[in-house]
Design a protein around this ligand. Structure first.
Ligand code: F6R
Length: 260
């Protein structure tokens, strides 16, 4: 696990965009794993700017979202299918048919979950998976207690996550209770995992999953098993890390050729 502590979201957005740009130049057919929520927005803004300004090309890329609410209509503005389209994919030249989200409106949800896993496999697997982390340590919508080997499936949100996400809806009552999410086992198969956490409210979760034990009570801790996981945090989210000075020293002396 590499922990990179940066000043703020803008610097994080640029560094992650550098990694995605390098990936697309090396592999134009790259498969991107997309997250919703606030954490990846600076990355999407930076990628959209590079597409507009420098012609960064997404025309042969593919994208798979991490998760989706159950029970929202396809066109609902807070469905992750719409959020991903609005915040990112409609701002670059990725083909609409290459962008996938789990189908939270499917009549047969288990079959839709299996089909999603199959579509990811058929696309060759995820090259770079963007992640945020919940205040309870969830990644995707794998809440505490999720199996560390889980695959795409239906999950129930804990109340804290519903409260955290109520800011996107008119009221708490409108936040669905159920979601479909890639499992922790699914996420671990991505070739490179890039997690972004900003703000003091994320500091306890960051401390627990980076420096605590690997345990289902803190789902993001499973990333300690990933051979290429990059954790990007601002100063506030890093404020409870015991080894913060060591992470800073390591990153400051990292050979430039290594990239993220
Ligand atoms: C979103 C997702 C969630 C969020 C997490 C953090 O697709 O899978 O795990 O990444 O809830 O959300 P923000 O970034 O809004 O703090």
């Amino acid at each position: 696990m590499e922990v990179v502590i940066l000043q703020g979201s803008k610097q994080i957005g640029q560094l992650v965009a550098d990694a995605i740009e390098a990936l697309l130049r090396r592999k134009p057919t790259a498969v991107l794993g997309l997250a919703t929520g606030s954490s990846p927005l600076p990355v999407y803004d930076e990628l959209a700017a590079r597409h507009q300004r420098d012609g960064l090309d997404f025309s042969n890329a593919h994208a798979f979202a991490l998760d989706e609410y159950v029970g929202l209509d396809h066109g609902h503005p807070e469905s992750y299918r719409e959020v991903i389209r609005r915040e990112f994919t409609s701002r670059v030249n990725i083909a609409e048919g290459n962008v996938h989200t789990p189908d939270g409106a499917a009549a047969d949800l288990p079959a839709a979950c299996s089909a999603y896993e199959e579509a990811m496999r058929a696309a060759g697997g995820v090259d770079l998976q963007l992640l945020g982390v919940g205040t309870d340590g969830h990644i995707g919508f794998n809440e505490p207690g999720s199996s560390l080997a889980s695959r795409t499936r239906i999950k129930t949100l804990i109340e804290q996550t519903r409260r955290d996400n109520a800011r996107f809806f008119g009221s708490l009552a409108e936040v669905p209770h159920h979601v479909v999410t890639q499992g922790l086992g699914t996420i671990l198969e991505a070739r490179h995992v890039v997690l972004i956490a900003t703000g003091a409210q994320k500091a306890p979760a960051v401390r627990d999953f980076v420096e605590g034990p690997v345990a289902a009570i803190c789902p993001a801790s499973v990333l300690q098993f990933h051979p290429h996981a990059t954790i990007l945090v601002d100063e506030a989210a890093a404020s409870s890390l015991k080894l913060a000075d060591f992470y800073r020293h390591t990153y400051d002396h990292k050979p430039a050729w290594q990239g993220l």
